[in-house]
Design a protein around this ligand. Sequence first.
Ligand SMILES: NC(=O)c1ccc[n+]([C@@H]2O[C@H](COP(=O)([O-])OP(=O)(O)OC[C@H]3O[C@@H](n4cnc5c(N)ncnc54)[C@H](O)[C@@H]3O)[C@@H](O)[C@H]2O)c1
Length: 434
Amino acid sequence: MSTPSKPATDTSRRTFLKSSTAATVGASLATIATSQAVHAQGSDLLRIGLIGCGGRGTGAAKNAMNADPKCQLTVMADAYDDRLNRQSRPALERDKGLASKIKVTDDTSHVGLDAYKRVMDSNVDVVLLCTPPQFRPVQLRAAIEAGKHVFCEKPVAVDAPGVRSVMETSQMAKEKNLSLVSGLCWRYDRGVKATIERIKAGMIGDVVAIQENYLANTLWHRGRKPEWTDMDYQLRNWLYYTWLSGDHIVEQHIHSLDKAVWLMNDEPPVSAIGLGGRQVRIEPRFGHIFDHFAVCYEWANGVKTFSYTRQMAKCKNETEDFVIGTKGRAKVLANQIEPTDGDSWKFSGAKPSMYDLEHQALFAGIRSGKILNNGHYMCISTMVAIMGREACYSGQKIEWDKALASEVRLGPETIEPGQALEYSVAMPGRTKPS
Ligand SMILES: NC(=O)c1ccc[n+]([C@@H]2O[C@H](COP(=O)([O-])OP(=O)(O)OC[C@H]3O[C@@H](n4cnc5c(N)ncnc54)[C@H](O)[C@@H]3O)[C@@H](O)[C@H]2O)c1
């Protein structure tokens, strides 16, 4: 793993992502990439490479192949042979509907932590980045440097240096005319989109407060096999290690926080204060992440978002975005708006899969030459989640500018197979914010 790039010089809220990265991206690159993008238009075959062949990666490969009539999956890469060659590739090959589009061979199936580099060296046009979040900044940079269009799963990093690296890479993608579509899939959901558009158009007046609930069950755990090293154990069970996942407020609750960010016109909050802990999921096999977080974010205009996330079994689950305005209220996931005066509204249109829609948008953009770049909001939302985690881990009030400027990088510089990484559970009041 290489070290992420140095921070952008100006990390204030309004200039976030807007500062030029011209020093890192030469103008000539834009010319070269424009010709690549033009080449991909029309009826040309688009070749796809998948990096991270787990549950989401296998699903994303299907969404991508279904999104475009003339595309093929030609290269796959994963850290582990079993995930690629015994699970993902056979599962895709069993799908009769995709048979003509899967052209992966043993020679184009690459295994190992550096396997992503083989995808960048290949002739694929589009790369799907679906590894754990720790690896996103480095793999995204490599993809854009190699001139690939990208589908990039959320979150995009686990720490501030990672977010800043992705900010720079997003700018590089723009300058190279390469598409960058984020896996923050609710942005592509028709009902959610229509609801948020109506709220932003003033259907409930001015937004005063938002409540984001992601109160959910526990997720998978992959156990331990005798042949696995300690590092294998963490990589296989990456959800439970903050250096790999960012903790569940970053890995999962980002979907809710992204809707709050969207409602706030993609501006980040000024500060966050919160509490959290680890009450039920306390055995060592669950690494060191928390099982609940509650964070209050405040924006410059005084709007507050009260955000709650929990991963616990046998509790009341509720995932919803409640929006309170001066003239009414809304539930975003339920696609419902209730103005104080006037008729209530509920989305009633067709709702195709948002996962298909995000890939259709990616491929349509490549074909038409009108590239998409979701870099701004995917970075803001990732950083909002990281900021909330740090507020809860430390017990301190965290300010956006300081959080984004942090130099603390989670995880080792290089990953050694036999390495045993020791991590302790954060203790509010004692743990320093990173
Ligand atoms: N948008 C959504 O709704 C959604 C849903 C689920 C997961 N996700 C995101 O997708 C990503 C993957 O999640 P998942 O559920 O598929 O996890 P997973 O564990 O099933 O898959 C991850 C895969 O990446 C591989 N991997 C790990 N490190 C690697 C490396 N350095 N290089 C290459 N391969 C590596 C693993 O071996 C594994 O096969 C995560 O960022 C997650 O947050 C998004």
